[in-house]
Design a binder for this molecule. Structure first.
Ligand code: CA
Length: 250
């Protein structure tokens, strides 16, 4: 690299710092070198900074050394599996909230549940487009850094006033039952994150009450009918064999 290129790089980094907009640092954990390189290239093009690990052990070392803002984690890694790496990241208090997206190969549908319950925020099935990956990452980052108005939640043209107990989409007032209201509130507070039916039951209905997982589907259907009335864009993504997310279908 020429000296001027290095200086430009330093200037840019300094400029971003003074503006308080330092680009998020993404730890890419992937054992396939060509895919890792491609991911790094695409993320850097989208304005992220990256650091790369080729296995789980290296990932855990780099996690401590570099304190990344985001982890992209391949499931199928040699020695220490992606799921074990995810578990260890979550066990570390400094990284309990660090967003994690898991990358899985085809045919691992049943394992996705396990990934989400281990603490991953979302997952993508290979092959995926760079655009899809970056859209999912931005959705997870929005959830990680919500705006600081505790009484008001918003997503796209949807807004919730938690004090007045009102929901609006565009200018249209939406009437929700108590469970749908609570369900929407929970999804709005955790935008972009995928939850299994069991997790939604725990958070919205409470752990002590016995309710069938199917009940979640019924209330999601009612919630969708209410917020999507009149042909508005669907904002609740169904994740096959896993659950739901407040996240426009990609
Ligand atoms: Ca792999």
């Amino acid at each position: 690299m020429s000296r001027s290129a290095i200086e430009r790089g330093v200037d840019m980094a300094a400029a971003k710092d003074t503006m308080g907009m330092k680009a998020p640092l993404v730890l890419i954990v992937e054992d396939e070198a060509p895919l890792r390189t491609l991911l790094a290239y695409n993320l850097e093009s989208a304005g992220f900074r990256v650091v790369e690990a080729e296995n789980g052990e290296e990932a855990l070392l780099l996690l401590k050394e570099t304190q990344p803002d985001f982890v992209l984690l391949d499931w199928m890694l040699p020695l220490l599996s992606g799921i074990e790496v995810c578990r260890q990241i979550r066990r570390n208090p400094a990284h309990r909230q660090t967003p994690i997206i898991m990358l899985t190969a085809r045919g691992e549908e049943a394992d996705k549940l396990r990934g989400l319950e281990t603490g991953a925020d979302d997952y993508l099935t290979k092959p995926f487009s760079p655009g899809e990956l970056i859209a999912r990452m931005r959705a997870v980052l929005r959830r990680a850094h919500p705006r600081n108005d505790p009484d008001r939640l918003s997503y796209h043209d949807l807004s919730m006033d938690l004090v007045a107990y009102r929901v609006k989409r565009g200018g249209r007032e939406i009437h929700l039952g108590p469970k749908e209201f609570r369900l929407l509130q929970f999804l709005m507070e955790n935008q972009g994150r995928v939850f299994t039916r069991a997790q939604l039951l725990d958070h919205v209905w409470g752990q002590d009450i016995y309710v069938e997982a199917r009940t979640v589907d019924v209330h999601i259907r009612r919630l969708r009918q209410a917020i999507n009335a009149g042909g508005a864009k669907n904002l609740i993504r169904t994740v096959r064999a896993a659950g739901y997310a407040l996240d426009a279908e990609v």
